[in-house]
Design a protein around this ligand. Structure first.
Ligand SMILES: C[S@@+](CC[C@H](N)C(=O)[O-])C[C@H]1O[C@@H](n2cnc3c(N)ncnc32)[C@H](O)[C@@H]1O
Length: 255
């Protein structure tokens, strides 16, 4: 299949991979952007893209994706996954640190940048977001997923760790200290301000996993379709949105 065949086959009807509570809302937003761009081949950069959960489906939809990730193991899995999906020629794996992104990608060469579940762990999120914005062409879009602070506070409290919940709620970075696996968490205002400071215009904000982490496994596993639909229904609606485990921001570099 040629590149144009692939693009043509998916023009206007890219559905992405099977939807889960972790991915349904994000794919809805990305699908709308791909359709808005009229099915043309896009240059995509996925920072901290890991094993290619988003990169490979985007390549299958006819786009050209560069994944920058710090982990050689993740990139090896990405390369295998891309080969198995028949899109090895459309996926480029680059080992690198998100904090050094500015030196790894050309300015203004990317149509769509993904940065999912990475800003919580990098040294300097301000410089990473600045580099993301710089990589975008004018009119290009950024899909940014960050850990939500409020959900973490509630989860710790419900598990009986009230001291940790208190720390998470009051710590300026939204972290519970040295043993926390994340270096920071965000609320809607903080995440929006971070993107705006880099010159991006935030167009949409959704909650990801509003309910999924709160439900007993029997409910989540027993009614997966209903859960996905409910997640989609609540994702854009405060206060549900703001209590989600992750916050998804879709932003654009002004044209
Ligand atoms: C939680 S995973 C998210 C993977 C993918 N973005 C997703 O949403 O499925 C975080 C990824 O970021 C990568 N990572 C962590 N720190 C990084 C850094 N400083 N620079 C680049 N990648 C980093 C990890 O190797 C891992 O693949």
């Amino acid at each position: 299949m040629t590149r144009l065949d692939r693009v043509e086959q998916t023009r206007g009807r890219f559905t992405g991979p099977p939807l889960t509570p972790r991915t349904a809302v994000i794919w809805s937003v990305l699908r709308a952007e791909l359709e808005r761009r009229g099915g043309i081949e896009l240059t995509v950069l996925d920072v901290g893209g890991g094993t290619g959960g988003f990169a490979v489906p985007l390549a299958q939809a006819g786009h050209r994706v560069t994944v920058v990730d710090a982990s050689p193991d993740a990139l090896a899995a990405l390369t295998r996954r891309a080969a198995e999906a028949g899109v090895a020629d459309r996926v480029r794996a680059v080992q690198g640190d998100g904090d050094a992104l500015a030196g790894l990608v050309e300015p203004a060469g990317v149509d769509l940048v993904l940065c999912h579940a990475v800003l919580e762990v990098v040294d300097d999120p301000v410089s990473v977001v600045t580099a993301l914005a710089t990589a975008l062409r004018p009119g290009g879009a950024a899909s940014v997923l960050v850990a939500g602070r409020a959900a973490a506070v509630l989860a710790r409290a419900m598990n009986g760790h009230l001291d940790v919940a208190d720390t998470l709620a009051t710590d300026p970075a939204g972290t519970a200290g040295a043993r926390d696996t994340l270096r920071r968490r965000y609320d809607v205002d903080g995440a929006s301000a971070l993107l705006r400071a880099a010159g991006l215009v935030v167009e949409e904000i959704h909650g990801v996993r509003v309910l999924a982490d709160l439900l007993p496994a029997a409910v989540a596993d027993g009614q997966p379709g209903a859960l996905v639909e409910l997640e989609r229904a609540l994702a854009g609606r405060p206060p549900y949105r703001d209590l989600a485990a992750q916050l998804h921001l879709f932003a654009r570099r002004p044209a």
